[in-house]
Design a binder for this molecule. Structure first.
Ligand code: NDP
Length: 489
C-alpha cells in the first residue's frame, strides 16, 4: 500500500496532513481481531475551526473556477480511484470488517459516483423566466452555498464520501468532511487522491474526531453554510437542533427498516438469494438493509425454510479471506445486536437459525451469525427498530391490504422491495409505499444510473443520488431586470 499510505495521527486540512492542535489521537481497530490498525487525529473544536477557515478561504476561488475545470479535476479524481481500487478496497474492508470483494465493489461505486458528478459539473443551469412585458428579463442562477459540512457514519464510508463530497464540489462548494473515527481510512485515502487529482488546498478537508467533540463543533459552527448528515435518526435530531442555531440548511439521510414484501406469485428463485444478500451484505450494517421479510402466508413456510438454509450457508471470516460476511464493526455494535438476539425470543419470536456469535474459530472478532426470527409481531422492537446486523424479522400477511399496512408499519421510510410477477399489483403497491425508494423484483437500485437516494418519514429527507444531488448543494438565486430605455447615442 506504499503508494497510498495514510500518515499516523493526522488529518487533512488545507491540503496538508496535520496533527490535532493538542496532539490527540484515536485508534482505528480491525473488527476481526480487535487490534489497532492505525491511529488518526482526534479533532476538537479548534481543529474544526482550522478546517472551516481553510474551506472558507478556498471557497471564492473554487466557486469561480470554471465548472468544466471543476469537472475535469473530478474526472481525474475518478480515474485515480480506478487506478487504486485494490488499495482503497483493502483499507475499507479491513477498517469496516467487510470481505475484500465487498470493499472492491464499494470502490467501483465510489468511482462511478465521482465520475457521474464530474460529467454533471458543467451541466448545472438556471432558467430564463417569462415576463409580463418585453421590458423585463428574468432568470435564475444556481449558486453554491459556500462551505458544506459533511458528516458520515462508518458502514460504507467511501461510497458516502463520494455521494456527498462529489456533488458538493461539482456545484462549486468547499467541504469539511467528518467521517466516523470507527472507519476513517478509505475517506482519508480518497481525499488524498482528490488532492493528487488537483483539488486546491482547502477545497476538501477531512477531520476525524468523536461525534460529541468534532461532530458537535462542526454542526454548531457559525461559519458553515450547509450540513449533510448521514447517520442514525437519534443523532439526526441533534444535528437539526444544532443547525437551527444558525439557520443552516440540512440534508438528512438516516436509518431504515426496509421490507422485502413477497407475494405468493413471486419468482422465488430470484427473490430468495436477494433477500439473503439484503440482510447479510456488510453484515446487515446498511441503512437500506432488508431487515424485514413480509411474506404471504400461503408460501411462508417454504420461504422461511429456503431463506434460513441460505443464511446458514453464509461463510463468515476476516476481510482478507474474502468470504461472504465479516464481523460487526465495533464492540458497541456487537453489544447492540446481541441485545436484540437475547430479547426477541423472550418477546415471543421464533428463532429459526443463528442467534449466536458466528463461530468459535473467530473468537477475537465481533462476529454474529446470520439470524432469522419468524413469528415476529409488529409490537416487538425487532419489527420496528433498526438492528444494524445480520438479523431478519419475518412476518406473514394475507392479501394486499395487510401487506401494505405491514410494509408501511414502521417510523422509517427508506426502501421497500416488492416481489411479484403481477405488474399491476407491483405498481399499485409501489404507489402506496411510504418510502423514498421502491425496488420491484430486485433489491435496491441495481441497474439504474443516477437513482435518487430519497427518504421519507424518520429516514430523513434528502435529494441525494443522481442529478438531484447537484441541486441539493446549490441555492437558486432569482434575478429580475428592468430594461431601461436609453436614448440612442
Ligand atoms: P451515528 O448517528 O451514531 O453517527 C454518524 C456520524 O455522526 C459519525 O461520524 C458520528 O461520529 C457523528 N456524530 C455522532 N454524534 C454526533 C453529534 N451529536 N453531532 C454531530 N455528529 C455526530 O450513526 P452510526 O455511526 O451508528 O451509523 C449507523 C447509522 O447510519 C444507521 O442508523 C444507518 O441507517 C445510518 N446510515 C444511513 C444512510 C442513509 O443514506 N440513509 C447510509 C448509511 C448509514 P462518531 O462515529 O465519532 O460517533
Amino acid at each position: 500500500m506504499a503508494d497510498l499510505d495514510i500518515p499516523t495521527a493526522r488529518q487533512l486540512v488545507d491540503g496538508d496532513w496535520t496533527p490535532a492542535a493538542d496532539g490527540g489521537e484515536l485508534p482505528v481497530l480491525d473488527p476481526a481481531t480487535r487490534e489497532t490498525i492505525q491511529s488518526v487525529a482526534r479533532a476538537r473544536a479548534v481543529d474544526v475551526d482550522h478546517a472551516v477557515a481553510a474551506a472558507r478561504r478556498a471557497a471564492p476561488g473554487w466557486a469561480t473556477t470554471s465548472p468544466s475545470e471543476r469537472g475535469a479535476i473530478l474526472s481525474r479524481w475518478a480515474a485515480l480511484i480506478g487506478e487504486h481500487v485494490e488499495e482503497l478496497a483493502a483499507y475499507e474492508a479491513r477498517d469496516v470488517g467487510k470481505p475484500r470483494s465487498g470493499g472492491r465493489l464499494n470502490m467501483y461505486i465510489a468511482q462511478g459516483i465521482v465520475d457521474y458528478f464530474a460529467g454533471a459539473a458543467d451541466k448545472l443551469t438556471g432558467v430564463t423566466l417569462p415576463t409580463r412585458t418585453p421590458d423585463y428579463f428574468g432568470y435564475t442562477r444556481p449558486e453554491p452555498y459556500g462551505v458544506c459540512a459533511v458528516i458520515i457514519p462508518w458502514n460504507v464510508p467511501a461510497v458516502l464520501t463520494a455521494a456527498n463530497v462529489a456533488p458538493a464540489l461539482a456545484a462549486g462548494n468547499t467541504v469539511v468532511l467528518k467521517p466516523s473515527e470507527v472507519a476513517p481510512l478509505s475517506p482519508f485515502a480518497l481525499a488524498e487522491l482528490g488532492r493528487r487529482a488537483g483539488l486546491p488546498p482547502g477545497v476538501l478537508n477531512v477531520v476525524t474526531g468523536l461525534g460529541p467533540e468534532a461532530g458537535v463543533a462542526l454542526t454548531g459552527h457559525a461559519d458553515i453554510d450547509h450540513i449533510s448528515f448521514v447517520g442514525s435518526t437519534v443523532t439526526g435530531r441533534s444535528v437539526m437542533r444544532a443547525a437551527a442555531q444558525h439557520l443552516v440548511p440540512v440534508k438528512l439521510e438516516l436509518g431504515g427498516k426496509s421490507p422485502n414484501v413477497v407475494f405468493a406469485d413471486a419468482d422465488l428463485d430470484a427473490a430468495i438469494p436477494a433477500i439473503i444478500a439484503s440482510i447479510t451484505e456488510n453484515a446487515g450494517q446498511n441503512c437500506y438493509a432488508g431487515s424485514r421479510l413480509l411474506v404471504e402466508e400461503s408460501i411462508r413456510a417454504e420461504v422461511v425454510e429456503r431463506v434460513a438454509a441460505g443464511m446458514a450457508a453464509i461463510r463468515t471470516g476476516p476481510w482478507d479471506q474474502d468470504l461472504d460476511m465479516g464481523p460487526l464493526v465495533s464492540q458497541a455494535q456487537y453489544e447492540r445486536v446481541r441485545g436484540f438476539l437475547a430479547e426477541a425470543p423472550a418477546a415471543g419470536a421464533r428463532l429459526v437459525v443463528g442467534g449466536e456469535p458466528a463461530t468459535a474459530a473467530f473468537d477475537d472478532g465481533w462476529y454474529v451469525a446470520p439470524t432469522v426470527f419468524d413469528q415476529v409481531d409488529s409490537d416487538m422492537r425487532l419489527a420496528r427498530e433498526e438492528v444494524f446486523g445480520p438479523v431478519l424479522a419475518v412476518q406473514g400477511f394475507r392479501g394486499v391490504d395487510e401487506a401494505v399496512a405491514l410494509m408501511n408499519g414502521t417510523d422509517f421510510g427508506l426502501l421497500a422491495c416488492i416481489w411479484t410477477t403481477d405488474v399491476s399489483r407491483a405498481l399499485r403497491v409501489a404507489g402506496q409505499a411510504r418510502a423514498g425508494q421502491v425496488a420491484v423484483n430486485q433489491f435496491h437500485d441495481a441497474g439504474v444510473i443516477g437513482f435518487p437516494f430519497n427518504m421519507q418519514k424518520e429516514s430523513g429527507f434528502s435529494r441525494g443520488g443522481g442529478y438531484a444531488a447537484l441541486r441539493e448543494y446549490t441555492q437558486e438565486k432569482a434575478v429580475a431586470v428592468r430594461l431601461l430605455d436609453r436614448p440612442s447615442a
